[in-house]
Design a protein around this ligand. Structure first.
Ligand code: HEM
Length: 471
């Protein structure tokens, strides 16, 4: 074991698991306020828990072999369940996250080539520019100034998506787009009891009514961008090689068929919806955890200073930033941005003694899995060393699922990890962030897992030689 494993590690906050199950009314209230409060101690100790509840029969699975069976070996027998679709579809439409069956297969085949290492690598400069823009803005603030780091991480990830999806910029006020997206997630992110009980879509949900203007604004902006780009491509003029052009040109490798206009639009919205807040949360939690662990923060700063020197961050640096990357991996273990996955069985299934009847629900919750006592050593402690290359092989592939697994694994995983390491390294070489004294940090699940009430942090600039490369 390395010496770093012996220093006292930080014990990050999380809701205490319950000892008794909640009654129906209290359960529904907890699901709406913060679903993390519904987990019981047994979920963090037992490999399989089956019960009957508001959602019918539900099996919570924390056994890596069973998870592998459900997500990979017998994935064809499991579809995304109706509740999940009811929550996500009003915002994401029938894009890659919510589509099923042949519709999903066709979209996945057509869109997967956009996220190959070559394409993700080509987005490196856009990610560096967005990260530099953030630290330049921070450098204009005096030392000690408090910023909401969670909000700034949302801004930087949105900036990256704008630069990689629509390189030519958003014709309307870019901050307005950011505000619309944030409002949309705040109002849609809560689980509505009407969805749990399967009320039809025409019964109005308060959250959806509130989100309506932002959805409309969002859609109009994206439509205008697609129309402008299509015109450019039709005229045969050179177009930027961003995700929008790639989507418009994408063709199913088996049939050669492209995506419809609606599929292009829903998948642009899907990339923004699935990609900005998740990556922002990964970064926010990394910054928070580093602010609480001086030893880990110094190690990141040392690594970044040594690897980057005084020049700009370059693609070949990424594989050397192993500790910085381990911090991101550990942050999304403790606070997985997508804390909950669920499936519905199509036909009866049997895995050893476990019976999963048709139409029953299976829950794979990375938040629980990543803190499970049978799978992790001291699961509630912040120890990035777990993810250093020499220790990584000890982690079961199916005990660590921040990006899911199997045919529906996150398509943007390497995009977001590349982005997170670039942004974290750019911040670490330039600025220190300390949590505002007295601020209590609580994780809350609103589809994604974020710090409740933001992350007020004080800025301190590091040495001037660490200024961003593109001043
Ligand atoms: C830290 C950042 C991210 C996390 C933690 C994350 C997590 C996940 C997870 C767990 C799934 C699987 C859900 C399931 O099986 O039920 C998923 C799917 C997906 N993610 Fe991500 N994601 C992240 C970033 C991104 C980015 C940057 C993009 C796009 C630019 C993206 C696009 C998608 C899409 C399109 C799917 C659906 C794939 C399919 O069903 O075929 N994600 N993500």
């Amino acid at each position: 074991m390395s010496d770093t494993l012996e220093a006292p590690p930080f014990h990050p906050p999380h809701p205490k698991p319950r000892t008794e199950p909640l009654g129906m009314v209290a359960f529904l209230r907890a699901v709406r306020e913060n679903p993390l409060n519904t987990w019981m101690e047994a979920h963090f100790e037992e490999p399989i828990i089956t019960g009957e509840g508001a959602l019918g029969r539900m099996t919570v699975v924390n056994d890596p072999a069973v998870i592998r069976h459900i997500l990979v070996d017998n994935a064809a027998n499991y579809r995304k369940d109706d509740l999940q679709i009811r929550i996500l579809a009003p915002g994401l439409g029938r894009g890659l996250v919510t589509a099923e069956g042949d519709e999903w297969r066709l979209q996945r085949r057509t869109i997967a080539p956009l996220f190959t290492p070559r394409h993700v690598g080509s987005f490196f400069p856009a990610m560096v520019e967005a990260a530099d823009r953030l630290v330049r803005r921070w450098r204009r603030r005096p030392d000690g100034r408090v910023v909401d780091a969670a909000l700034d991480m949302t801004r930087v990830t949105l900036d990256v998506l704008e630069r990689t999806i629509f390189t030519q910029g958003v014709p309307k006020d870019p901050d307005a787009l950011g505000r619309a997206i944030t409002r949309y997630f705040n109002s849609l992110g809560r689980v509505d009891p009407l969805d749990i009980f399967g009320f039809p879509d025409w019964v109005p949900r308060i959250g959806r009514l509130r989100a309506r203007p932002s959805i409309r604004f969002f859609e109009e902006t994206v439509n205008a961008l697609i129309d402008a780009r299509k015109e450019l491509l039709t005229r045969g003029e050179p177009a930027p090689r961003d995700l929008l052009t790639l989507l418009l040109e994408a063709a199913d490798p088996e049939t050669g068929k492209g995506l419809s206009d609606i599929e292009v639009r829903t998948n642009i919205v899907t990339f923004i919806g699935a990609g900005h807040e998740t990556t922002a949360n990964a970064l926010s939690w990394s910054l928070y955890l580093l602010s609480q662990d001086e030893r880990a923060r110094s190690r990141v700063e040392r690594e970044v200073d040594e690897v980057l020197g005084e020049g700009p961050i370059e693609p070949h640096h990424l594989e050397k930033l192993v500790y910085t990357r381990a911090v991101v991996d550990e942050a999304v273990r403790l606070y997985p941005p997508a804390p909950y996955m669920s499936r519905s069985a199509i036909q009866d299934d049997r895995i050893r003694e476990l019976e999963i009847p048709a139409d029953s629900m299976v829950v794979i919750a990375p938040y629980v899995l990543h803190r499970h006592k049978k799978l992790w050593d001291q699961p509630d402690l912040f120890r990035p060393e777990r993810f250093l290359p020499e220790n990584r092989s000890r982690i079961d592939r199916f005990a660590y699922l921040p990006f899911g697994a199997g045919p529906r694994v996150c398509i943007g995983a390497s995009f977001s990890l590349q982005e997170a390491v670039i942004v974290l390294a750019t911040i670490a070489r330039s600025t220190r962030l300390d949590l505002l004294e007295g601020h209590e940090v609580t994780p809350v699940q609103r589809i994604t897992l974020r710090p409740r009430g933001g992350l007020p942090m004080r800025l301190t600039q590091r040495a001037p030689k660490m200024a961003p490369a593109t001043a």
